[in-house]
Design a protein around this ligand. Structure first.
Ligand SMILES: *Cc1c(COP(=O)(O)O)cnc(C)c1O
Length: 393
């Protein structure tokens, strides 16, 4: 077989084994933390939950934290905590994971999609400003790829009554001008899905400086009941009141213990991903038609994703063609994300806020290259070789 020939045409792939775009790393300390909970009295609603919440509020520069079952539930709890409901509008970026907008819909409110900045893929404050109405209750910015959004500019673009919220699913461990991601908005959410910087299998959290917001989340995650099991046991009472219609969005102790253990390695692993990202940027600067996202001055990214834009006229191959060819070379590329207003659910229900010229142009060009803390320099070099191989044909 000819190694110069593309793998999609029957050539030898650049790699023998598949390199995923992301994956978790679980070490022995993580395993021991989970086993300790399995041997303890509480599998859920126990001390590992509270311990994780303490660790997380410290790590994210917040006074208060509430762990919930996943990042989507965290968004739902946060939207509910700000009394957002039917008739209200919430501005969200057009490019994000669908969950950011879905949480608004769960409460019967309307997501209004703002355009994004083409260099960073972060929500564009000028677009937010154009979309504000008397019904706007909140903006949920997304720290895309791990870089905090431009919170100061967004706050200046909206009236003071509009809540500034953050979907920080990508950015735990990041910061902006010395302030931790998760402490930049009135309240912020995290996800602990295995591809995110802190992996727990499933899990999420809301963090805030406002104790009332976190008290609301703790009620909403537990059916709307005012006291959880642990608090009842401490108070020596069986009485409880269901005060609103909540959900079962609890995160079990097993997963909280894993998340606490993962949290200890947050900065070390962020630094590894940063080095790998810089290596991509250095090696790809010589490949015409490939541009990395800009990380702006003052921002420290968590480097959750390494997204590049492919200009088909210069690179010689479109993003769609590159995607298929790279997968055949055993490079696990991905696309983050399909603009949310393009999904049939939103298209058919008349997504508001458009048009989104920057989001639509970016969507044609974005490609996520593999990036996770267990990768080596050689893995990065394989991805770069594969990109050069494809461009050379
Ligand atoms: C992962 C993610 C979510 C949802 O988190 P889950 O834990 O998978 O529910 C929400 N928003 C963004 C931007 C995400 O990347």
């Amino acid at each position: 077989m000819n190694s110069r020939e593309l793998a999609i045409n029957g050539g030898k792939p650049v790699r023998d084994s598949f390199l995923p775009y992301s994956r978790q790393i679980i070490d022995e300390e993580d395993q021991a933390a989970v086993i300790a909970v399995l041997k303890s009295d509480y599998l859920t609603t126990g001390p590992a939950v509270e311990a994780f919440e303490m660790n997380l509020s410290a790590a994210s520069g917040n006074g208060f934290a509430a762990a919930v079952s996943n990042g989507t539930a965290a968004l739902h709890c946060m939207v509910n905590a700000y009394n957002i409901g039917p008739g209200d509008e919430v501005i969200v970026p057009a490019i994000t994971f669908a969950a950011t907008a879905n949480a608004v819909r769960y409460q019967g409110a309307t997501p209004v999609f703002a355009d994004i900045d083409s260099q960073t893929l972060l929500i564009d404050p000028a677009s937010v400003e154009r979309l504000v109405t008397s019904r706007t209750k909140a903006v949920i910015a997304v720290d895309f790829a791990g870089q905090p959004a431009d919170y100061d500019s967004i706050r200046s673009a909206v009236p003071a009554r509009v809540h500034m919220l953050a979907d920080a699913a990508h950015s735990i461990g990041a910061s902006l001008d010395g302030v931790e991601a998760g402490a930049l908005a009135d309240a912020s959410t995290f996800s602990f899905h295995p591809v995110k910087p802190v992996a727990a299998g499933e899990g999420g959290a809301v963090v805030s400086q406002d104790s009332d917001v976190i008290a609301s989340v703790k009620r909403f995650r537990n059916h709307g009941i005012n006291l959880d099991q642990a608090a009842r046991a401490k108070g020596n009472t069986w009485k409880y009141e269901m005060q609103e219609l909540g959900f079962n969005y609890r995160m079990p102790d097993i997963l909280c213990a894993l998340a606490s253990s993962q949290l200890k390695k947050l900065e070390a692993r962020r630094a590894i991903r940063e080095k790998l990202s810089y290596r991509y940027n250095r090696l790809l600067s010589g490949v015409p038609g490939i541009t990395p996202l800009v990380v702006r001055e003052g921002a420290i990214s968590s480097h959750h994703l390494h997204v590049v834009k492919i200009d088909p006229d210069v690179f010689g191959v479109s993003r769609d063609e590159a995607f298929v060819a790279l997968r055949a070379e055993n490079i696990g590329v991905n696309v983050h994300y399909i603009p949310v207003p393009l999904h049939p659910y939103y298209r058919e229900s008349g997504a508001s806020g458009g048009p989104w010229p920057e989001a639509m142009t970016a969507y044609e060009q974005i490609l996520t290259l593999p990036l996770w803390s267990g990768m080596t320099d050689d893995d990065v070099d394989d991805v770069v070789s594969a990109l050069k191989k494809i461009a050379a044909v």
